[in-house]
Design a protein around this ligand. Structure first.
Ligand code: GAP
Length: 455
């Protein structure tokens, strides 16, 4: 087994053991590749969402937010082309009954990218390519399978769908946003929310799942304006965001989609990829989508989806740049980037070196001993003060060394220990730094300022 595969297993195991992420509904045997975020996972997830929202909405004057529903009018997905064309190529091995994404298996076995060419892939597979699972060569024909999750609503006739992306809701609410705000082009609309795709093969932990979260922006621009500098700037911003989560620059790369693979309306699409233990995979996408979406929805709904440009005295359907991110993939990036095993004099420690902004717990508070009421009382007082501002944890279980190890494994930047000097001498506590393991003594009344400076 490759070292990288071990590394992924270690991260998945830590995620379960420490309550970041575990298989959902496990007591009933789970459900293929569906995961729950546990107590530390949900903190990490919320911190990443907040950082994204702060960076791209709160700290900018040209981007506003919205939150649309998961269930939307089916006409939206017909107009966007999803009901007809949101498909993946599927192939089954007749011997072991294992199902594959045909383009992925062909690429893996031949190195050829044949995405979209169903007949070509059938021919190549049936020429004798061996099933990666059982080693036999007995394939079905390659067929398209819709990625749309279909459901029904009592008050509506015909199928409705769980949204396969958050972007759709932004386009159909474009008019309401123009009418209710004073936005001026260029401007963006941002949304965070769940998306659902009936993936043929979900894999690599939370990298490819069927229910996931996206953080998307539709950035509307004047069709006649120069867009390349904006496009490049968005790519830089996406990479910078990945680095704010702990990714190293050298673990990021850009993949530009070749011209012949672009949709007819797209001028350019580039993915930002991260070097996961299983190889490079897409984190962000950035697409120039022209005016395709607004034009389609205008045609289909009969409503005008135009922008009146008072500055230049013209009316037009804006073009759009779409920077999009997968939240679960960013969480996986933060876990992979943070994971470290360090040699110590007396063994080793596993430490999650999350950037402080996204660490699930910021401060852990310990009484040196749990059977000394004065120590416990003082430690609780410190905990009660700090928890009003920071996500804190109180731990009085086991020796302090073990408590440090526990906090290292969940990536807590600071641990405070209340000891006898605190109550008998000078009202100071020890503050231990996760990364350097250095300890300093800080007066309890100065703790608030200490953390304002350090967190
Ligand atoms: N509106 C554009 C759009 O949805 P996409 O590249 O299909 O573009 C955007 O998806 C992002 O969503 C991807 O860059 C990826 O990070 C994430 N994503 C897509 N499919 C996913 C899946 N099955 N599991 C987890 N994340 C996924």
């Amino acid at each position: 087994m490759k070292k990288e595969e071990n590394l992924m297993e270690e991260i998945v195991s830590l995620a379960k053991r420490k309550g970041f992420i575990f298989p959902a509904c496990e007591i009933y045997g789970g459900l293929a590749n569906s995961y729950s975020y546990g107590p530390y996972g949900v903190e990490l997830k919320n911190n990443i969402k907040k950082l994204w929202w702060d960076t791209f909405v709160k700290q900018r004057s040209d981007i506003i937010g919205m939150d649309g529903p998961i269930l939307l009018n089916t006409k939206l997905w017909e107009a966007s082309g999803h009901t007809e064309g949101f498909n993946d190529a599927m192939v089954d091995c007749k011997k072991c009954k294992k199902r594959f994404r045909a383009d992925h298996v062909v690429l893996e076995l031949t190195g050829k990218d044949m995405e979209g060419d169903l007949d070509g892939m059938t021919k190549v597979l049936q020429k004798g390519l061996k099933c990666p699972e059982c080693g036999e060569s007995d394939w079905t024909e390659v067929k398209n399978m819709s990625q749309m999750f279909k459901t029904e609503m009592n008050s509506v006739s015909g199928p409705i769908y769980l949204r396969p992306e958050t972007a759709g809701a932004i386009f159909v609410d474009f008019k309401n946003i123009l009418d209710s705000t004073r936005v001026k082009i260029p401007f963006g609309i941002a949304q965070i929310g769940k998306a659902f795709r009936n993936e043929i093969v979900a894999r690599n932990f939370i990298f490819r799942i069927r229910e996931f979260e996206q953080m998307e922006i539709e950035y509307f621009i004047d069709p006649e304006a120069e867009w390349e500098p904006l496009f490049d700037d968005w790519l830089d911003k996406q990479e910078e965001f990945a680095m704010m989560l702990g990714a190293k620059k050298e673990d990021l790369r850009r993949y530009q989609h070749p011209k012949e693979k672009l949709s007819h309306y797209s001028k350019k699409t580039v993915d930002v990829e991260y070097n996961f233990p299983f190889g490079f995979g897409e984190l962000f996408g950035l697409a120039h989508r022209g005016n395709f979406d607004l034009t389609q929805h205008a045609k289909s709904s009969g409503q005008k989806l135009e922008y009146s440009d008072a500055v230049n005295n013209k009316k037009y359907v804006p073009h759009v740049l779409e920077p999009t991110a997968g939240l679960d993939r960013l969480i996986l990036t933060s876990l992979c980037s943070a994971y470290a095993v360090e040699k110590l004099e007396n063994g080793e420690r596993v430490v999650m070196k999350f950037p402080k902004t996204i660490a699930p717990i910021k401060i852990a508070v310990f009484p040196l001993m749990k059977n000394k009421p004065d120590l416990v009382k003082k430690a609780k007082e410190v905990f009660d003060i700090l928890k009003m501002k920071y996500m804190c944890e109180f731990d009085d279980n086991g020796n302090v060394g073990k408590r440090y190890r526990r906090q290292d494994e969940i990536g807590t930047p600071y641990c405070i220990t209340v000891d006898f000097d605190t109550i008998e001498k000078d009202n100071t506590v020890t503050v231990r730094d996760r990364d350097t393991m250095a300890q300093v003594r800080v007066k309890t009344e100065e703790l608030k300022n200490y953390f304002i400076e350090n967190l």
